[in-house]
Design a binder for this molecule. Sequence first.
Ligand code: ADP
Ligand code: ADP
Length: 229
Amino acid sequence: RPMLTFDNVEFGYERDRQILHGLSFEVPAGGHVALVGPSGAGKSTIGRLLFRFYDPWQGRILIDGQDIAQVQQESLRAHIGIVPQDSVLFNDTIGYNIGYGREGAGDAEIIQAARDAAIWPFIKSLPQQLETEVGERGLKLSGGEKQRVAIARTLLKNPPILLLDEATSALDTRTEQDILGTLKRVSEGRTTISIAHRLSTIADSDLIYVIQDGRICEQGTHGRLLRHD
Ligand code: ADP
Ligand code: ADP
């Protein structure tokens, strides 16, 4: 059975402005599925519903056959690892950032996650402190390194579902290719949902759903959808 099902989901943030219109799609267990569509189509909203920041007006969302309306947010967090477009890091070591909030994880696991995300060479590096005009401090890493930290953090949870929400959208093309390579490796055998606005970043997906105005308007493989363009 599917690992994730959106079944006729209707939703809007405000009563008089519906965003998702009977959205239905499935993600097979172990499958790599992508959701693409223009900005404003409702892609990030899907992630917010998945974590139950909001509940659908109508319809159901099932994880491994269970309606998430019956599942606590905490348990959803344990199930779904998210790599967002950009994440905020603490001004501390990379190891600290990877392990933050993962109380059960020991050093060996943090090191393994750092290796898997290919941020290992940096793990002991002391943060270079970066003073901005407003006096905030931040860990000075490149965009790609930051994404590797986010990937390692997620791997530490060993989540059955991996949600990549525009995980490479903020990167330059070359770095994007590097990170896509790492993501391909770490998502092997894991149910993966990639949210993207460009087809070029999701070439490795088994199935692509195209979302427009809160509904699936097309679905297919990368090759088939490209031939349509
Ligand atoms: P995408 O990720 O595809 O760019 P979103 O899911 O972020 O699209 O947004 C879909 C629509 O929902 C947009 O029209 C957006 O303006 C609206 N929207 C997103 N978040 C909120 C919110 N918190 N309150 C009201 N409207 C929102
Ligand atoms: P945890 O909550 O297990 O520590 P993380 O710290 O890796 O997980 O952050 C993931 C959490 O952040 C999710 O549980 C979710 O609540 C929230 N989150 C961050 N970015 C997004 C996003 N783009 N869409 C939905 N949820 C997000």
